[in-house]
Design a protein around this ligand. Structure first.
Ligand code: SF4
Length: 728
């Protein structure tokens, strides 16, 4: 009952989640093998296409027999289709059939429970496509049925044209999109298929869709028998480690920042799982609710993996369906677990169990509640504890780490390993897949656990030391991470260390109290800068606080021996970031927008001028490539499209790593640094660099001041004011 109350308090009765959970609970004992009949048909209008997509070979097919509207009208009267409420028409390219509206009419005439229909089009022949859509809409309106359109777009501009093998397709698709949204009431969505070729271009498409207020869905290209693509091994699901990681971050962004439907959020969770070698976590309508009817009248259980079951023109569809259930069982046992296709069924209670579990731990470890819950947590026992070696749990904002945070983490681990290389390192992460990747990049070993989990409580209670590793103890709710880790450690008599953190900014007393509590629970406090030390001394005057510098410094020093460039490239390496309102609290929103615009314009001109003067090409690197914390590539795409049209530049689109940044810095002639740790890296590597202080005299100024490098600093406000700004 307690859990239900918790869910209710978090998700009101109107929440789709709560309704879904209740439905899933009620239907939990209904097996998927019961004899039920489809309520959705995927109708393939034809088997030819005027695209030449990289992930499909239908375009090689020649026009062959196609079921007629009269034949379709007849066969849809079969009892198999008596419960059908929705029909999606695809192809090939369905609009290539001149009698397409007649196919829609056939469905309306023969399916007694039909509610709505849809179409997916490549929109290559824009005028013809618009004409066809208008006609279909008229047919469906006449029958009082819903209609929706999905237009395929796999990238912005040329990217789409290359992916679809048709020059001008982006423009033609845009004409169709604009016609539908400006001249009709037909619901519209964009559909993007991701393959090896467009993997690094999908974010740009999403940015554009957000700007254009277009809704769309993203799918990973799958081997689909009816698309004749089983041989396209180079293109389909052939992602290397970097690409897989990049896509996982992208689907995470879609899931948390873009998609609002719980159903599609679950689909994106499932895609992340399959991409990373896990199982499909979402059900599929083709297990019982859907069926495929191809353009020759053949019935299939599902488009990707089913064999043709038989011709509905010759034999009753229902008997074909009933007599081939072995094929459906085969698909389920052989294919479904790893199928990444974006079909989705309502969730089962099993699927919700981990979600409910996470909600529970989110609540139990929240800043508001944990002071009441932590005293009651049982210590537990570490399940896989086999050695008596020292164990250290590192906590922080891991799971959202920037390149700077990665260097901090590496440095802390190196410090522990230098004392005893057998030390077991455990890292609590908000998004374990991010931190697992970080450890791979750093070539270090650590166990990564989820912060919001029972496992975290067990480790924090049992390890020898708990370390708050790097990052600022500042005004934010995520202070619950070090607070809970320290509360659990102290409750069980373990050592606690604040290691290389900054203190502040803190404006609100509530957060000041939490920071004070964390510091008072710490046995050792080592801070990264003198300003933080004096703040800590005020908060906990009886504690010993030492100044140890930013831990990232040591790691960069150690790594720098591997990155000595023989020859500098004629490159200005830029490590910029978006300037957000949190750094301009003294301005009104309007003043902030103006200052930001002026800053970016003058900065862009400054970059162009210095490049021209010194014969350099700008290259844009990211210090952070995950959407939580601000993916720098999102900023760059906007900045570059606004200010660098027609200018030669390089833009690193891959997920950033410490090595990538260090290599970029030492091999370029000059570095332009804005992200805090890019300044620290460039300074530590003793490169030539310019720094932009966006913190209003905060941490960047403090860092440069400590090293007598203030003459290399340009304040954001000064750049914004100076229309003729140029780097010295
Ligand atoms: S193979 Fe994929 S599309 Fe086919 S039934 Fe399984 S999950 Fe659904």
């Amino acid at each position: 009952m307690g859990l239900i109350r918790l869910i209710k308090s978090k998700y009101s009765s109107k929440s789709p989640y709560l309704k879904e959970i209740i439905r899933a609970y009620i239907t939990r004992n209904e097996g998927t093998d019961k004899k039920s009949y489809p309520n959705v048909i995927n109708l393939l209008a034809n088997d030819i296409c005027n695209s030449k997509c990289t992930m499909c070979n239908i375009w090689e097919q020649k026009l062959d027999f196609e079921i007629t509207p009269i034949e379709l009208t007849e066969l849809l009267k079969d009892p198999l289709f008596g419960e059908v409420t929705g029909v999606g028409i695809t192809g090939g390219e369905p609009t290539m059939r001149d009698d397409l509206p007649e196919l829609y009419k056939a469905c309306c005439e023969s399916l007694p429970k039909l509610g709505g229909m849809s179409i997916i089009t490549n929109a290559i022949k824009d005028e013809h496509v618009i004409e066809q859509i208008e006609k279909v809409n008229e047919v469906l309106s006449g029958y009082g049925k819903d209609f929706s359109v999905m237009v395929s777009l796999d990238g912005y501009g040329d990217v789409h044209d290359k992916h679809r093998g048709r020059e001008g397709n982006f423009e033609s698709a845009l004409k169709v999109i604009n016609h539908i949204r400006h001249n009709t009431n037909i619901p519209l969505a964009i559909g993007c298929t991701i393959t090896k070729s467009n993997v690094y271009e999908v974010d740009a498409l999403l940015d554009w869709m957000i700007e254009e207020k277009l809704y769309g869905r993203f799918r990973v290209g799958e081997f689909i028998t009816r698309l004749y693509n089983n041989e396209l091994l180079d293109e389909i699901r052939n992602f290397n480690e970097d690409e897989t990681y990049h896509l996982s971050c992208f689907f995470h962004r879609l899931r948390y920042d873009y998609e609002t439907s719980p159903m599609f959020k679950r689909t994106y969770d499932s895609i992340i799982s399959v991409l990373n070698g896990g199982s499909r976590t979402i059900g599929c309508p083709y297990h019982e609710d859907g069926v495929v009817l191809d353009s020759k009248g053949q019935l299939l259980y599902c488009a990707p993996k089913s064999k043709e079951l038989g011709s509905t023109l010759k034999v009753s569809a229902r008997s074909i369906y009933d007599q081939n259930l072995d094929e459906r069982s085969r698909i389920k046992s052989e294919n479904c677990d790893t199928c990444v296709h974006d079909y989705h069924a309502p969730p089962t209670i099993e699927e919700y169990r981990p979600i409910i579990n996470r909600w529970k731990w989110n609540a139990l470890l929240s800043l508001k509640i944990s002071k009441y819950t932590v005293p009651f947590f049982k210590r537990g026992k570490i399940a896989d504890s086999v050695s008596n070696e020292k164990s250290v749990l590192i906590v922080g904002w891991y799971g959202t780490e920037t390149v700077g945070d990665k260097a901090i983490l590496a440095s802390i681990i190196e410090d522990y390993k230098a004392i005893d290389k057998k030390t077991n390192i455990i890292i609590a992460s908000l998004n374990p897949f991010i931190t697992v990747r970080t450890m791979k990049e750093l070539d270090m070993k650590a166990k990564v656990i989820a912060f919001y989990s029972r496992e975290f409580v067990t480790y924090a209670s049992n390890v020898d030391e708990v370390v708050m590793g790097g990052g600022p103890l500042m005004e934010m709710d995520a202070l619950n991470i070090p607070l809970n880790a320290f509360l659990l450690a102290k409750k069980n008599g373990k050592k606690t260390i604040v290691y290389g953190c900054g203190i502040g900014p803190i404006f609100n007393q509530k957060y000041e109290k939490v920071v004070k509590k964390i510091l008072s629970l710490a046995d050792v406090i080592k801070l990264r800068d003198s300003k933080s030390v004096s703040l800590a001394n005020k908060l906990v005057p009886n504690k010993s606080v030492s100044l140890n510098g930013d831990p990232a410094y040591n790691y960069v020093i150690n790594q720098s021996t591997h990155f000595k460039a023989e020859k500098k490239d004629k490159i200005l390496a830029c490590f910029l970031r978006d300037w957000s309102y949190e750094y301009a609290r003294d301005l009104s929103q309007e003043e902030f927008e103006k200052q930001k615009k002026d800053f970016e314009t003058n900065l862009a001109n400054g970059i162009k001028k210095v490049c021209q003067k010194r014969g350099l090409k700008p290259k844009f690197y990211s210090m952070h490539t995950f959407h939580i914390g601000g993916d720098d590539r999102v900023f760059y795409r906007r900045f570059l499209s606004e200010h660098f049209q027609g200018i030669e530049y390089d833009f690193e689109k891959r997920p950033s790593t410490v090595d990538m940044v260090l290599e970029g810095m030492v091999s370029s002639e000059v570095n332009l640094c804005m992200r805090f740790h890019s300044v620290l890296f460039a300074q530590t590597l003793e490169t030539e660099f310019y720094a932009i202080d966006y913190t209003g005299g905060g941490k960047i100024k403090a860092l440069l001041d400590d090293h007598n490098n203030l003459d290399l600093m340009y304040s954001l406000q000064d750049v914004a004011k100076d229309q003729s700004f140029c780097f010295k």
